[in-house]
Design a protein around this ligand. Structure first.
Ligand code: F0G
Length: 481
C-alpha cells in the first residue's frame, strides 16, 4: 500500500465514503446530568438518544460495507447443511488454515465452551492479560487466572510497541511452579483490550507457542481484536513490514492451537466462533455447541450475520480497511498528548484510553476514578466512554475491593463510524475537562451486582461535584450545547 503524503499537516485519510447515516442528538448539559443520574452513573445504562458521541465500545457497532450488506440478502437459512455456513467455514480455512470451525453466538460464548472443556476446579489459565468475560468464565468453572506481562505493559507512558507480549521466561517459570497438569491452557489476546488495545508481536507469539508445544499445553488465541494486531505487526515489527496482511494472519494462526473470536469486533458483524485443526479439541468443543449455542451450522447466529462475517473477514485482510481505526486513534492520542492530557501511549487499537489515575489523581481508587471520569465526560460533552478500571474488576472472595492495575476511561472508536470533526469535538471537550479536572469527584455504589458489576451496577456521586461541573461549563460556554 502506498503511503499518502501531504503538502501541509498530515491527517488520517479514510479510504471509503459514507453512504448511510444516522441522525445524532446533542442535548443541553442539564439534560445530560439528568441522563447520567437516571443511568446510575453507569455509561452502560444510558439511553442512546441522550448520547452524542458513543464511544462505549466497538462491539457490534462498526460500520458495515456495501459488500457485507448485499451478502446478507442472499443468506441460506437452511437449518442443516446451510451454504452460508460452508461459505464462512471455507473463508476460515482460507485465511487461518484451520480444519474445523464451530459457530457461537458471540465471543463470551466461545469462552464459556473453552472453560467447560479445559478448566477443572483448581486449574490455572495463563494469559498475557485477562478480559472481563474470559476471567468470569474461568472463575465460574472453578479456575483462576494468572497474567504474565512485562512490567511496562501497565505503564501508560512507556513507548513499548508490543505491550501485549508475554515474557517467555515467566511462562517457563509458571509451568515449573504449577506443573503442566494444573494449567488449563495458555491464552494470548490480540489487541489486548484492557491494557489499552495493545498488540503482541508475532516473534513473541512464536516463542510462547514453542514453549506450549514443548509442554503439550494448548495455546488459545483470542482474535477478537485481530485487525488492530495485524496492523501493528505490519507497522511496528520490522520483519513483517513488507508482508501481506493475509500472510501475517496465517502465521498468527499457524502458531496457535485454538482460535476464538467475537465477530462483533472481528469481521464487523455480530456473532463468534472457534477454529482448530486438532480433532480431539474439536470433538470436545463440538459436543457443547448444540447444547448451549444452536446447531453446528449457525451456533446462535443469524445466517445473515454469518454472510456478513465471511465478507468482513475478507475485508480484514485489506490494509486500507484495518488502518482506519488505529490511525484515527493515533490522531486523537497525539492531539491529547500535545495538550498534556494523560492517555495511554503508544496509541493502541480499539480506542483512545484516558489514564484516570493521572487525570483525576485526587480521586482515590475506592471511589472509582475511571467511572467518575466517565460521568464527567458525559456531562461535559455527551461523550459516552467505558470504565476499564476497578469497577470492571470482581471483588476478592473476602468481599474486599480488588483495585485494578490501571484506571482507564476507554473512548472506543467504532471503525469507519466517526468523522475527524467529531473526533476533534471529543478532543476539545476532553481538554476542557482536563483543565477543570479538580472539579471531578468520586462515585459510590447504590446497587452492586455480584458478578460483572460494571454492566448493570448503579452509582451516585460522593458529593455535589456534578452540579459544580455544570456551573463551570455554563461559565465557560454560556448556553452552548
Ligand atoms: N475478547 C475480547 C478481547 C473482547 O474485547 C470481547 C468483548 C470478548 C472477548 C467477548 O466478546 O462481547 O462478543 O461476547 N469486548 C467488548 C468490549 C464487550 O466492549 O470491549 P463478546
Amino acid at each position: 500500500m502506498q503511503k499518502i503524503k501531504f503538502y501541509g499537516d498530515p491527517v488520517p485519510l479514510e479510504m471509503h465514503k459514507v453512504r448511510i447515516v444516522q441522525k445524532l442528538n446533542l442535548i443541553p448539559i442539564e439534560e445530560r446530568v439528568k441522563a447520567v443520574t437516571d443511568a446510575g452513573n453507569n455509561t452502560f445504562l444510558l439511553q442512546n438518544k441522550d448520547v452524542f458521541i458513543d464511544m462505549l465500545t466497538d462491539s457490534g457497532v462498526n460500520a458495515m460495507s456495501d459488500r457485507q450488506l448485499s451478502a446478507m440478502m442472499v443468506a441460506d437459512d437452511s437449518y442443516a447443511g446451510s451454504a452460508t455456513h460452508t461459505k464462512l467455514e471455507s473463508k476460515i480455512q482460507e485465511y487461518f488454515g484451520k480444519t474445523y470451525f464451530l459457530p457461537a453466538h458471540q465471543g463470551r460464548a466461545c469462552e464459556h465452551l473453552l472453560a467447560k472443556v479445559f478448566v477443572k476446579p483448581g486449574d490455572i489459565m495463563i494469559t498475557n492479560y485477562h478480559f472481563t468475560t474470559t476471567k468470569a468464565h474461568v472463575l465460574l468453572a472453578g479456575g483462576t487466572v494468572k497474567e504474565l506481562y512485562y512490567p511496562d505493559a501497565l505503564d501508560p507512558e512507556s513507548d513499548n510497541p508490543f505491550k501485549g507480549n508475554m515474557p517467555p521466561d515467566r511462562l517457563r517459570e509458571a509451568i515449573a511452579e504449577y506443573g503442566r497438569d494444573r494449567i488449563a491452557f495458555v491464552r494470548m489476546e490480540s489487541g489486548t483490550n484492557l491494557i489499552g488495545g495493545q498488540p503482541f508481536s508475532l516473534g513473541n507469539l512464536k516463542e510462547i507457542y514453542q514453549i506450549c508445544q514443548e509442554h503439550g499445553l494448548p495455546l488459545v488465541q483470542d482474535m477478537s481484536l485481530l485487525a488492530d494486531n495485524l496492523y501493528f505487526i505490519k507497522e511496528r515489527e520490522p520483519a513483517y513490514k513488507d508482508a501481506e496482511i493475509c500472510d501475517i494472519a496465517r502465521e498468527l494462526s499457524d502458531n496457535t492451537d485454538i482460535i476464538y473470536f467475537s465477530a462483533r469486533k472481528l469481521g464487523h458483524a455480530r456473532g463468534g466462533g472457534l477454529c482448530t485443526s486438532d480433532r480431539d479439541y474439536y470433538l470436545k468443543l463440538r459436543d457443547l455447541v448444540p447444547i448451549y449455542e444452536g446447531f453446528l451450522t449457525y451456533g446462535g447466529m443469524s445466517v445473515r450475520e454469518i454472510e456478513a462475517i465471511a465478507v468482513g473477514l475478507e475485508e480484514t485482510m485489506d490494509y486500507e480497511m484495518i488502518n482506519q481505526g488505529p490511525e484515527f486513534i493515533a490522531f486523537m492520542v497525539g492531539e491529547l498528548n500535545k495538550r498534556g492530557v494523560p492517555v495511554v501511549n503508544p496509541a493502541g487499537g480499539l480506542g483512545c484510553h484516558l489514564d484516570a489515575m493521572r487525570f483525576v489523581d485526587h480521586v482515590p481508587q475506592s471511589e472509582y476514578p475511571a467511572g467518575a471520569l466517565g460521568s464527567a465526560l458525559m456531562i461535559a460533552g455527551s461523550i459516552r466512554g467505558m470504565e476499564r478500571g476497578t469497577l470492571s474488576e470482581e471483588r476478592n472472595p473476602d468481599g474486599s475491593e480488588h483495585y485494578s492495575n490501571m484506571e482507564l476511561l476507554r473512548l472506543a472508536l467504532p471503525r469507519r463510524v466517526f468523522t475527524l470533526s467529531q473526533i476533534k469535538y471529543a478532543i476539545d471537550r476532553v481538554t476542557w475537562l482536563y483543565e477543570n479536572r479538580h472539579l471531578v469527584g468520586g462515585l459510590k455504589f447504590l446497587e452492586e451486582p455480584k458478578m460483572l458489576r460494571f454492566f448493570v451496577g448503579r452509582l451516585a456521586p460522593v458529593s455535589d461535584w456534578q452540579e459544580k461541573l455544570v456551573a463551570k461549563f455554563k461559565e465557560d460556554f454560556g448556553d452552548s450545547l
